[in-house]
Design a protein around this ligand. Structure first.
Ligand SMILES: C[S@@+](CC[C@H](N)C(=O)[O-])C[C@H]1O[C@@H](n2cnc3c(N)ncnc32)[C@H](O)[C@@H]1O
Length: 299
């Protein structure tokens, strides 16, 4: 079985099958294949049709939309995390314990809890921790407070999030303890210098063509036996996996993610990225039927 992907040929019916169905269904098929947005108004229809025809325009529109959203959210002190969160299964999500050091941002308890859940996999006390794709830096604040001896560094490519992270570090009086670098991993840390690299809901946002370079960068940054901790959506690699509960959410959201340019990594791709970067002892666990937690060790 070939590796599946959200745009994999395995999931797209052959053109002959589509033509046969269209011929058999007649006018009903025409109605069913009309774009979902038809009837919303000529101007909106024109914009959506242009976006559908020109992927570059679509990307620009989404980027602009998310930038505006990010700017407008600057006053929303309660929204600093950009992950789906984690809550233990033995109670409703609202009952999830507030993570230690959560402070005023306890409203984001499940998002912070996800970090706690992942960080608990490895010892971080007194260690050097690099977060790749740190967003607005909320987790780095949590680590810095929980582990006063730890050295924390964040790297991200989004200047808007970094600006907010800097402001948050200063407000928490942690700006001397947390370093923030815009750009590449190699710009942020020396080779072989960090004990753990954390990537929460970032891998699927990295363009497939540069994913190996980013994972190689993580390996290069880590000291021997250092840990890589990843949380991400995992697209199934086989049809058998596609039927498993662990892949329910990625199968559902794979196409949606594509509309803003993200291609979910398949399980096979994740395994290859890690193996090719020299990681061993790869362990996986599921968070609900949504995300995969992967821990791996630098050989
Ligand atoms: C969904 S957000 C997650 C942010 C944060 N980890 C959290 O859980 O709140 C994904 C983050 O990955 C960052 N990102 C995307 N591609 C990246 C890359 N190549 N290198 C570093 N960061 C990247 C984005 O700018 C964004 O801040």
């Amino acid at each position: 079985m070939s590796d599946l992907s959200p745009i994999g040929a395995d999931l797209i019916p052959p053109a002959s099958w589509v033509a046969e169905r269209a011929a058999a269904d007649g006018p009903v098929a025409d109605a069913a294949h009309r774009p979902a947005w038809s009837g919303v108004g000529p101007l909106v229809e024109l914009c959506l049709a242009l976006m559908a025809a020109h992927p570059g325009l679509r990307r620009l529109a989404y980027r602009t939309f998310f930038q505006v959203l990010a700017r407008r959210s600057q006053d929303a002190a309660w929204w600093t995390c950009m992950n789906y969160g984690y809550a233990p299964c033995d109670g409703p999500p609202g009952d999830a314990p507030v993570p230690p050091h959560a402070g005023a941002e306890a409203a984001e308890r499940t998002s912070l809890q996800l970090y706690d859940h992942v960080a608990a996999a490895v010892p971080l006390a007194g260690r050097e921790v690099l977060e790749v794709g740190c967003g607005e830096g909320r987790h780095l604040i949590q680590i810095a407070k929980a582990f006063p001896e730890a050295r924390c560094i964040g790297v991200d490519i989004d200047p808007t999030g970094m600006k907010q992270a800097r402001e948050a570090f200063a407000k928490a009086r942690l700006d001397k303890r947390i370093e923030l670098v815009a750009g590449e991993i190699g710009d942020a840390v020396a080779d072989g210098s960090v004990d753990a690299v954390v990537m929460i809901e970032v891998l699927h946002e990295i363009a497939p063509g540069i994913r190996q370079a980013v994972i190689d960068g993580c390996a290069k940054a880590l000291a021997p036996e250092g840990w890589l901790l990843i949380v991400d959506e995992t697209y199934p690699s086989t049809l058998a996996q596609a039927r498993e509960a662990d892949y329910l959410f990625p199968v559902q959201t794979g196409f949606e993610e594509l509309t803003w340019g993200n291609v979910l990594p398949t399980r096979a791709e994740q395994d290859t990225l890690l193996a090719d970067a020299g990681f061993t002892d790869v362990q996986r666990s599921a968070v609900g039927d949504i995300f995969t937690v992967i821990t791996a060790r630098k050989a």
